[in-house]
Design a protein around this ligand. Structure first.
Ligand code: CTP
Length: 396
């Protein structure tokens, strides 16, 4: 569990997005965190403390004069031992208070009273005009300068009927951001390019050849690299997966398209991680029209031609990034893995143990580099992706 053992103070201020924070509370506790909810008086107009208590499993505080804590110092007790304070939704008014150090209710007081080692993350939620107001923007800049993380906001349709910047991030995106805040920034300032998923090679406008890659490992690596502070571009074949928050995704279908996009993005990248299961061949005589059946025994004859090897092409660039390849072998992994690394001319190759990894949530890896090989034991793909990112960071 990504947040096992973490104590999070979840502050809620007035805004319609409070209803989404009910879901966030569930996700945080499911990820292993202990969540203590603190609400401003306005927040209690949007959702009741009863709901938040039931979801968090802990008493909810909203009044600095609450006598339930023995020493009557909720602002001190709640912040000591906290691993993070997350304000969601964070209103324009509350950002103004934070920017100026105001302390006129329990939530603002505990933010000011927190030890500076406790990270403060705020998820703004407000109408587009309120967000764009120069006073709000001044406050946002001040909060950033004070080392407070601003999560979002997003642009889109708003509860008031207007459209624009100011929507709170979705609960799953906030969860990703909270988890990311606890990861070491091993790739801060680095640019990372990742390929993921299968490719789709058309036979005609409605048919094609693909493979069973789900994209899970590549997406997990893109997310882990972003969590580690990198600027991440993900070039993805067709998958059903959500783009990790903060990752720039470019969608492609064919191996040739993936090649062209990767080559256009390769300049200035520090790391290239080729996780995609790229089709080695494409149909040379693909039809522009849908192929029709012309009676029994009439079957189409497909001819194939070779696709470009994307990893090898990047590895041959004069100013090449640090290149990482993947290989799935059904047998002789230790021998084939090292051979493949040398053939592709890359410093690091990651072997999947067993070839039944497609679509699964767990994996087991072997890393090959010029010093030999090293196992990363079986674990969830996200956990393995973080370990792999740490290994890469240690090598560049
Ligand atoms: N790769 C690529 N472009 C291709 C084919 C593969 O970038 N046209 C990358 C994959 O993303 C992966 C690695 O190369 O990182 C896999 O190499 P490959 O030689 O294709 O290995 P296998 O698919 O395991 O193929 P085989 O064992 O058949 O050689």
């Amino acid at each position: 569990m990504d947040l096992a053992g973490k104590k999070i103070v979840l502050g809620m201020t007035g805004g319609i997005a409070c209803y989404k924070v009910a879901e966030l509370t569930r996700s945080l506790t499911r990820a292993g965190a202990t969540v203590h909810v603190v609400m401003t008086r306005s927040a209690t107009q949007f959702i009741t403390p009863v709901t938040m208590q039931a979801l968090s499993g802990h008493p909810v505080f909203s009044d600095q004069w609450d006598a339930r804590i023995d020493n009557n110092m909720a602002h001190i007790d709640l912040t000591r031992g906290a691993d993070a304070i997350v304000i969601a939704p964070c209103s324009a008014d509350f950002m103004s208070k934070l920017a100026h150090g105001g302390c006129d209710d329990l939530l603002s007081t505990l933010c000011v009273a927190r030890p500076m080692t406790v990270p403060l993350l705020v998820a703004p939620a407000m109408n587009v005009e309120m967000w764009q107001n120069p006073a709000t923007q001044r406050n946002v800049a001040q909060l950033r300068e004070d080392g407070i993380a601003i999560l979002g906001p997003d642009a889109g349709e708003q509860a008031c009927g207007e459209t624009g910047m100011g929507r709170m991030l979705e609960p799953e995106q906030l969860l990703e951001e909270v988890i990311a805040s606890f990861q070491r920034k091993l790739l801060a300032g680095k640019r990372v390019l990742v390929t993921a998923g299968p490719t789709f090679e058309p036979i005609d406008p409605v048919r094609g050849i693909t493979n069973l890659s789900s994209g899970k490992m590549g997406y997990a690596i893109a997310r882990a690299a972003r969590e580690a502070g990198a600027d991440v571009c993900l070039v993805s074949g067709p998958t059903a997966l959500q783009t990790p928050y903060g990752v720039h995704r470019i969608s492609v279908q064919t191996a040739q398209q993936m090649h062209d996009v990767v080559m256009s993005q390769a300049a200035g990248q520090d790391v290239f991680i080729a996780v995609a299961a790229v089709a080695d061949w494409r149909v040379a005589n693909a039809s522009e029209q849908k192929l029709k059946k012309n009676g029994a025994g009439d079957v189409p004859r497909l001819e194939f031609e070779q696709n470009p090897d994307i990893l090898a092409a990047v590895a041959q660039l004069p100013a090449r990034p640090y290149c990482v390849g993947f290989a799935a072998e059904s047998e002789n992994l230790l021998q084939y893995g090292e051979e493949k690394r040398q053939k592709k001319g890359i410093p690091l190759l990651v072997g999947n143990i067993g070839h039944q990894t497609f679509g699964k949530d767990e994996n087991e890896l072997v890393l090959f580099d010029d010093r030999g090989h090293q196992r990363l034991p079986r674990a969830g793909k996200q956990v393995l992706a973080r370990r792999l990112v740490a290994e890469i960071a240690g090598r560049i």
